[in-house]
Design a binder for this molecule. Sequence first.
Ligand code: SF4
Length: 450
Amino acid sequence: MIKIEEDWYKNYKKIAREKWGSEFTLWKAMFRGFIDMMREEAIKQGKENEPINPFSKMLLDVFIDVARARKKGKQIIMYPFNYGPELFHAMNLEPLMQEMFSVGLAPFHINEHYLDITNEIGYGDNPTLCNAQRPLIGSYIEKAAPIPDLLFFLSTPCNSLATTYQVFQHLTGVPTYTIDIPYWSHSPDSTFYDEKTLEYVIKQLKKLVVWLENQTHQKLDEEKFKQTMVWLNQARANVLEFNELLRAVPCPARSIEGFGNYLAMVLRGGTKAAVEATKWLRDNAASNVKNKIGGVPDEKIRIAWPYTHVFFDNELLPWLEENFNAVVIMDILGYYHVPPHDTSTIEKCFESLAKGTLDFSMIGTCRGPIEFYIDYVIRFVKDYKIDCVIMPMQFACKHAYAMARITSEEVRNQTGIPTMIFGCDPYDSREVSSEEIRGKIADFLTEIVL
Ligand code: SF4
C-alpha cells in the first residue's frame, strides 16, 4: 500500500533532479518545497497510501511544464495573478503566472532576501509598492528570476502591480502587451451598468490575439480555442457548485480549499487539469455535505476573509481551525464566481473571455465603485452565515486599504457582524510576526466573537 505514495513522491523527486537551467534554480527550490509540503500534508491526513490527488498533481505539473517549456522551445508568457490563462493555452504558449514565483517563495521566506536586494537597489519600499511583486526585481538583479519570452498584464487590480511589471519590462526588454480594465459594470441589472464595458474588453482581447499571432508566428486555431472554452466552462461550473456547497453548516471544506479553486483557474484555466482539480474539490465538498462532515471538526466560528491570505504563514489557517474550531470560508481570491457561458461561436467565446476577465477573482470586486466590494462582502456574510470578518491589511494595497474601514462599518450596520482589520505585510514575516498576528486574532475571537 505504501508503494503508491512512494511512487509519486519518488517520481517528482526524480524530476526535481533534471537540469532546468540557472534561471529556474529558485523555481526548482520551490518545486522541491511543495513536493515535501504535499507529502507531509498527506501523512498528516492519513492519506499517505493514496495516489496523489488531482489538485496537487496539477500544481506540481505547472512547475515542470514551465521549466521544460524552455528546453522544448515553447514560448513562455508571464502574466499576473488576476487573469485566466485560457487564451495562452489555446495559442500553444506556456503560461507562467508571475506571483507563483514572487509570492510562492513567501511560505519558505526565500522572498525576504530578494526584498532586501530590491530595497538596496532603491526600487520602492513596502508602503509605496506591494511586496507581492517586488521580489521579482531583486531576483532579476541577482539573475535568479525566470525570464519569459512574452509579458502580459492588466491595469488592475492595483497600480503597484502594474508599476512593478513595467519596471520588469524595461529591465528585460521582453515584448509586452497590456490591456485596460474598465470601471463600470457589464451587467444590465447593475446600477453601475455601462453598455460600452463589455465591448471595450472584447476589442482589446481580439487585439491581444493579433499581437500573440505576430509574436508566435501562428494563427489562432479556432477549434482549439473552442475546446479550451469548453474546459473552462466545465471548471467554472465545478467551482460554482463548490461555492454553493460551502453554504452548508458545518462548512464541508477546510479553510484553504477555496484558494485551491482559484489556483486551478489562474494557473490552468481552459485545460483538463483544471477541470479535474476543481471536480475533485467539488466532489469532496459534496460528499462531506451528504455525510454532514465539516472540514473543521466541531465547527464553532465561520470567518469571512475578504482579502488575501498571510502568505508567509501557511500554518495560520490550520492554527485557527485547531485552536478555535474556526473555518475561513473563502478568501477574496478563492471567491471565483464566473459562471459558464454560451461558447458555441467564436464571437461568444470572446464574450465569455471578456466577462471572465471583468469578473475574475478580486477584479470583479475591486475594479470599480466601492459598492462592488461592499456588496460582495455583505452578500458573502449573509450567504455563508458568517460570524465575523477578518482582514489583514497593508498600506501598499491602497484600494483595499481605502475600502476596508468603510466596508466594515457597512457590515456592522447591515448585519451586526464584527470586523477585525489588522496591519501586517502578508509577504514579509519581519514586519509583523506570526506570533503577533495570532495574538491579535485570538484576542478578537475570544473577546468579541465568542
Ligand atoms: S495585495 Fe493589493 S497591492 Fe498587492 S498585488 Fe494584491 S491588489 Fe496589488
